[in-house]
Each structure stands twice: as C-alpha cells, then as structure tokens.
Design a protein around this ligand. Structure first.
Ligand SMILES: [Zn+2]
Length: 70
C-alpha cells in the first residue's frame, strides 16, 4: 500500500469505531429507549448490536499523516 499524497509506503492500519462522534446524545437516546417498553427495547437492542460491528479500518501514513478508509 502506498500513500496517494506523498508516495510513502510507511502505512499503519488501525481499527477506528465510526460512531465515536455520537457521544452523550446517543447515551441519552439509549436511556430514553430504556423507558419505552417492548418497542424501545427492540430498537435499543438493534442499536447496540449495530454499533458493535461498525469498526472501520483506517490507513494512516506515517510520513505525512494522511488518513483514509481501507
Ligand atoms: Zn503520505
């Protein structure tokens, strides 16, 4: 793998959870759903399940710092 910006092949791959921007708002939503019987619990369960699988691999150039999804 080669960096498209500087042409370096000094690339590091790291797993980044893509939901890290949703901080306190999603926690608030989860608490809110906890108080909605049945339907809220189903939505909450599917949200938590979906969140676990959403990890994206990011390539980071060690030379110029460019980041991109693999
Ligand atoms: Zn680079």
């Amino acid at each position: 793998m080669v960096c498209k910006r500087c042409g370096s092949n000094n690339i590091a791959i790291q797993s980044v959870p893509i939901n890290k921007k949703r901080g306190c708002l999603s926690t608030f939503l989860h608490i809110l759903l906890l108080f909605v019987p049945i339907i809220g619990w189903i939505v909450l369960f599917s949200l938590i399940r979906g969140r676990r699988s959403k990890v994206v691999s990011m390539a980071v150039c060690q030379n110029c710092g460019r980041q991109w999804a693999v």
